[in-house]
Every structure is written in C-alpha cells, then in structure tokens.
Design a protein around this ligand. Structure first.
Ligand SMILES: [Zn+2]
Length: 78
C-alpha cells in the first residue's frame, strides 16, 4: 500500500501499523489512515488525476487498497 504509512488515533494520537482495526485500544477513539503526502506529491500530480476517467478510480493511489480495482469501474464521482 504505497502511500499509507499507518493508522493514527484521532483522539490521543497513538500510532498503529496498518491492520484491520478501527478503534484505538487505549481510548477507543477512531483511527485514521495516515498518508505519506510527500510521496504522493512526487507520484501523483493534479494533471495526472484530471486526465483520468471521471470515476472513483482516478484517485486509486489515495485509497487503502492494493492492486487494481476489482469492482465498480464507474462507481463514484459524486
Ligand atoms: Zn487513542
């Protein structure tokens, strides 16, 4: 998952590795995905995204999935 560095609790800031967990073990706060914005900037420009089809997958680098999309090729763009 190239651009995701880990998970972080929105309440206490505790950091976690990427795991299928959604709440903080210590304060039960919600966990958020932490992106590596420097790396994203190097790899994806606004022009790249604007040049793609108008669907959800134009943002594929920013989604917490690996590999190519398997479902709903034209989902999204609301
Ligand atoms: Zn927490």
């Amino acid at each position: 998952m190239g651009f995701i560095t880990g998970l972080q609790c929105r309440e206490c800031g505790r950091k976690y590795n990427i795991e299928p967990i959604y709440v903080c073990e210590f304060c039960f706060g919600p966990l958020e995905v932490v992106y590596d914005y420097q790396e994203i900037k190097k790899a994806v420009s606004r022009e790249t995204i604007e040049g793609r089809a108008e669907n959800l997958w134009r943002y594929k680098e920013l989604m917490p999935i690996e590999g190519e999309p398997q479902v709903g090729l034209n989902s999204g763009f609301t």
